[in-house]
Design a protein around this ligand. Structure first.
Ligand SMILES: NC(=O)c1ccc[n+]([C@@H]2O[C@H](COP(=O)([O-])OP(=O)(O)OC[C@H]3O[C@@H](n4cnc5c(N)ncnc54)[C@H](OP(=O)(O)O)[C@@H]3O)[C@@H](O)[C@H]2O)c1
Length: 309
């Protein structure tokens, strides 16, 4: 029986990983209350106690704008903690799967970023995540994989899709940025990809990867602006009766929606390396969005008929 420890189990990805855990694995899902990854001693104790074969780190400081002023907390979770996890994995002979971000790039490209593209983060969050990657790479641990992803959403937690649904239900008009493009990623699909990668560690295939081959990119397929994404959310939500009326959605430039953290204008990543390792095809982001909205609809119906406690 392969034992897998998931940190950050209450986040969107953490919950999707737990609910998608395949048969044949013993899964230990730890929320921040169970394991604070910024505490090196707690990390070391948890790995000694549970002796996992694989650790999946789904925990992170993800408040991109607040990170500009909460630098210390952000770096503790995103830069230092991955190092503690890697060192503890090294000591206990566990493999580590860590999740990183498209924000490690500068966003100035006009073609998809490959795993070899030059990193140049433009925000505190991006810098902290790149430092976290480097802490793992220099830890001496050999069995690890780092998966960079982008624009993650789920029926769990807080994310762009759920914010759009809330705002579209309560406002008559909405303005959404149209000059930042990237690829939305369903956390549910990402979780299933991570489980397939865990399987590669189980069969020993991942162990045989070259050291320089341990960084991967994952997003769903296709390209969208935040405006395209919002319009698709509205259309699909109207189709399912999740929204009762259509509102006007205006396409605005980034300058009209200033944020404390710099946002990349171009965030599309080339995912071919991971698709080829796992021998899987691409699924367009709009198909994955439909599936997530089906789940949100189901959850809403269950609540309405009193099936949820
Ligand atoms: N969301 C995105 O759009 C996006 C895009 C690119 C990459 N990513 C990466 O994808 C991964 C998963 O993100 P997500 O969207 O699932 O984020 P999320 O929903 O914000 O979940 C992050 C989880 O980490 C937990 N956490 C924070 N600090 C912790 C600590 N010190 N110890 C233990 N747990 C801690 C949080 O706990 P609390 O609930 O107590 O705060 C939360 O449950 C992260 O590595 C993130 O950087 C996300």
């Amino acid at each position: 029986m392969i034992r897998v420890l998931i940190s950050g189990a209450n986040g969107q990805l953490g919950q999707e990983l737990t609910s998608a855990s395949p048969n044949g694995y013993e899964v230990i899902s730890l929320s921040r209350a169970d394991l604070d990854i910024t505490n090196a001693e707690s990390v070391s104790n948890a790995l000694s106690k549970f002796s996992p074969h694989v650790v999946i780190n789904a925990a992170a400081y993800t408040k991109v704008d607040l990170a500009e002023t909460e630098r210390e907390s952000c770096h503790a979770a995103n830069a230092d903690a991955p190092g503690y996890l890697a060192e503890a994995c090294h000591k206990t002979d566990a493999a580590l799967i860590h999740v990183s971000t498209d924000f490690v790039f500068d966003g100035c490209s006009s073609r998809p970023y490959t795993v070899d593209s030059k990193t140049s983060p433009q925000s505190e969050y991006g810098r902290s995540k790149l430092l976290g990657e480097n802490r793992i790479i220099s830890s001496g641990l050999e069995n690890y994989a780092i998966i960079r992803t982008s624009w993650v959403y789920s029926s769990y937690g807080s994310n762009f899709v759920k914010t759009m649904l809330r705002l579209m239900a309560s406002r008559d008009r909405l303005a959404v940025v149209g000059d930042q493009v990237g690829t939305p990623t369903s956390a549910s699909r990402l979780a299933s990809i991570i489980w397939q990668l865990v399987d590669k560690f189980k069969t020993g295939e991942a162990v045989r990867l070259n050291m320089e081959d341990r960084i991967f990119h994952w997003s769903d397929a296709g390209v969208a602006s935040w405006y395209d994404f919002a319009v698709a959310v509205q259309r699909e939500a109207l189709d399912r009766g999740l929204l009762s009326r259509q509102i006007e959605v205006d396409c605005i430039p980034s300058e009209a929606y200033p944020t404390p953290a710099h946002r990349p204008h171009y965030s599309v990543m080339d995912t071919s390396k991971l698709r080829s390792l796992l021998a899987i095809g691409a699924s367009h982001w709009s198909c994955e969005l439909s599936k997530v909205l089906d789940v949100i609809k189901e959850d809403k119906t269950r609540r309405e008929v009193g099936l949820d406690v």
